[in-house]
Design a protein around this ligand. Structure first.
Ligand code: 6GU
Length: 265
């Protein structure tokens, strides 16, 4: 059985424990498909006040995470998980996406270091880190949420973590197309009916409809995702049909004397 060992190095271990107690991560832990430990960096301080931060050399505002407690916590964790990949969560890192998640899912373990304050001492990143990751172009107050995002996305890719129903493999185009629209009961909600085809029992028609809604919303909302992958002939036919439908709408408007050729309203 595939198994992944996660360790999060943090000054707020309780944040992790709360998340791990719910949903699919909780189940994955109970099944032994992943293990998850939160390592309290403060436990590796040597001073009376358990200091984890200090003022920056060169001056300036904000505090920097001291290297000694972090290095001690990391060495201790590595003794326990010698084959794990060490990741520093920082806005300076490579942007985390589905392909990175898939790569990390192949590792035997992940040690996730959560920075706080203005960041960690650069000598930690220079010598002890395999990979720096950011979860997007915005600034968080610390790496904890980012570490949970990485853990969550990686965990659901570990074989056996998702049941057949939820399976990640079902979305053969995961990470490349947006999901199709979903509906559940009631059949009419506040005057809005579920699309007819979903009630038809015609599985081929339903599959085609889902594929089409997935493609259409990707074109409209995230065309960048389409540019990054080759489309199959069927997808191209669907897009051509969509383009023709749009053309017909424009043409019908022209016939009614609307649009730029008619000289406006
Ligand atoms: Cl990994 N850390 C912080 N502090 N902010 C972020 C981030 C990480 N990723 C995006 N913003």
């Amino acid at each position: 059985m595939c198994r992944m060992d996660f360790a999060a190095l943090t000054i707020f271990p309780d944040i992790f424990k709360a998340y791990w107690e719910h949903g699919i991560l909780r189940r994955a832990i109970a099944q032994g498909r992943i293990s998850a430990t939160a390592v309290d960096i403060r436990a590796f301080t040597a001073d009376r006040h358990h200091t984890t931060d200090d003022r920056p050399f060169g001056g300036g505002c904000g505090m920097v995470m001291k290297p000694e407690p972090l290095a001690a916590a990391l060495r201790d964790t590595r003794r326990r998980l010698p084959r794990a990949v060490t990741v520093l969560l920082t806005p300076q890192g490579r942007v985390f996406d589905q392909p990175v998640a898939a790569q990390l899912a192949a590792a035997e373990g992940l040690i996730l270091i959560c920075g706080r304050y203005e960041g960690v001492d650069e000598r930690i990143s220079d010598t002890l880190i395999d990979l720096e990751l950011s979860i997007g172009d915005y600034v968080l107050t610390g790496g904890e949420l980012a570490a949970l995002v990485v853990m969550d996305a990686v965990t659901r890719l570990i074989p056996g973590v998702l049941g057949g129903e939820e399976s990640a493999a079902k979305d053969s185009f995961e990470g490349h197309l947006l999901e199709h629209a979903h509906y559940t009961r009631p059949q009419v909600f506040e005057g809005q009916a579920v699309p007819e085809v979903l009630l038809s029992g015609n599985h081929r028609a339903i599959e085609a409809w889902r594929r089409e809604t997935a493609l259409t919303r990707t074109v409209l909302r995230r065309p960048d995702l389409l540019a990054a992958r080759p489309l199959c002939a069927e997808d191209i036919a669907t897009l051509r049909e969509l383009a023709e439908r749009i053309e017909r709408i424009i043409e019908a408007q022209h016939q009614r004397g609307v649009g730029p050729l008619s000289g406006g309203q």
